[in-house]
Design a protein around this ligand. Sequence first.
Ligand code: NDP
Length: 453
Amino acid sequence: MASVHDRKVDFSTFMQGVEERNPGQTEFVQAVHEVARDVYGFIEDKDEYHEAQILRRLAEPDRIVSFRVCWEDDDNNVRVERGWRVQNNNAIGPYKGGIRFHPSVTESVLKFLAFEQTFKNSLTGLPLGGGKGGSNFDPKGKSDREVMRFCQSFMTELHRYIGPSVDVPAGDMGVGSREIGYLFGQYKRITNRWEGVLTGKDTEFGGSQMRPEATGYGAVEFLQNMLEHADDGIDGKSIVISGAGNVALHAAEKACSLGGKVLTLSDSDGFVHDPDGIDADKIAWVKKLKNERRGRIGEYVEEYPDATYHSGDMPWQVECDIAMPCATQNEICEDDARALLDNGCMAVVEGANMPTTFDAVQILQDAKILYGPGKAANAGGVAVSGLEMSQNAEGISWKHDRLDNMLAELMTDIHEKCVEYGARDDGPVNYVRGANIAGFKKVADAMLAFGVM
Ligand code: NDP
């Protein structure tokens, strides 16, 4: 009989297998590569994980549901999109992860997000498995009625696969409170059950206070923990932020409240640079622009003429102390990482999921600046979603201040877990390794306990 040592494959053979089994799914392969590299070092002398093929099993989602979504636009045209739900792993709790509506959504993108989500959710310490879903539908430029019809059609299929103890989706890019309202309404209509099947709901109907703020605020709390660990602080630091959505605007708000000076915001058309700083009043104006008028970030310079607009560009060339990518995946590439370093940037903290390419991460880590990966830094959103599930299950509603404190504590706990596995003698904490190993260990130990399945 072959021993465990014969069945052990090395890292490059493992990755070759992942590539062969997932042809063309570059985002998913990239995400597995980033985690597996660290986990391989950790399990080197731990035969039980090799014996049970834990990493191989984690890189194979429990299931992927893919479906057609038909809807009618305002001109009565029949439109056809694709919908998916990737249920990656439920070892430590029901599948949990957002729904994304964006033209860039593919199965590969959702598999990468569901894989990442598994480790992120584990890091929160809450009983949450990992999943992600979405569609290539683009809510931009659609009327409310069109978005409603699309959401109803999407949920008509999705409702078969979700439930409060099965899979609890939330919002993500392109899915805010309007979309969650339509999705929740349709679930309730079809099943005739009012239950905590979605998080990110409006507070009027079961949503948690602090959920809209949680990801952005949490990312800045994580940044604060990182800086304090390095005997530094946010006060007086210049911060470049990408995106102008939920995460970016709340990160900007929190950073300002702690004395940071936010210089930029962006959307997929370009970025604005305001050398005077984008303060709380200006952020409130952008929130209205984005959430009520559904406008573009370029309009900022009409309101604040001292700022400049850079069409088609990302903000990484702007001189700053701290960069917070809060828009989308792979938005900081190698040249951007070099520009940030050349301009004196001392910390990169990810509000978005995998916004930094693999090679760019390498450059930042080699330079030994502080680097907070999304799976740790942006875990505040899913953590408060976990708290929303608890509140729904008990039929109660906690107050804003209590949740704000709970969020701060959760982010400090996540930071400590990263330090536990990522501390090193020759430089700052390796937060990537710390998050990957801490996230992996909890899920892997549960999988070991359950046996082979
Ligand atoms: P939103 O849809 O609210 O905002 C996304 C922002 O990013 C928009 O300003 C959008 O501009 C911009 N953007 C999208 N694609 C690109 C691109 N290719 N280039 C430049 N800008 C782009 O999403 P969220 O703020 O909710 O999410 C942002 C990121 O944070 C995502 O990676 C998401 O997965 C992650 N995240 C979100 C959580 C949450 O609680 N919302 C939780 C954890 C992670 P435009 O309007 O032009 O598309």
